[in-house]
Design a protein around this ligand. Structure first.
Ligand code: ARG
Length: 122
């Protein structure tokens, strides 16, 4: 794959552009293009390899399959590493971390401690 990217001078990124601010479509001069944080990072990777980035938009659920059958070279889609996915593909080190939280009224803060302390399901 690496040699093919270098010889064709194109890095194909698979994504599902329905996940702003990571990847989403914009219309520019009547043309649809894809932008967002993942696209920016992928562009940097392509640039560092001296090749062009080509974004292939597809269903989120088909990304791993299309990587496996080499339709795309990399996938960037705000995809979280899971045990299941790791059986199929190789994940990079995380380049973005999030920690969303649950909110309750201040007055109720102590009532939810038991539940809120539960470690994430993943
Ligand atoms: N992080 C979640 C996951 O990996 C959601 C990602 C959704 N991404 C997208 N491009 N629609 O399942």
């Amino acid at each position: 794959t690496y040699n093919k990217i270098k010889s064709e001078k194109v890095l194909k990124m698979g994504t599902s552009a329905d996940f702003a601010p990571f990847e989403f479509p914009v219309i520019q001069n009547g043309h649809k293009k894809y932008v967002g944080y993942d696209i920016m990072v992928a562009n940097k990777i392509a640039q560092s390899m001296g090749v062009k980035l080509k974004v292939e938009n597809m269903e989120f659920s088909s990304l791993i399959g299309e990587l496996q059958n080499k339709k795309v070279d990399i996938v960037m889609a705000g995809m979280t590493e899971t045990k299941q996915r790791k059986k199929a593909v190789d994940f990079s080190k995380p380049y973005y971390q999030e920690s969303e939280t649950l909110l309750v009224k201040k007055a109720d803060a102590d009532k939810y401690n038991k539940i809120a302390d539960t470690k994430g399901a993943q």
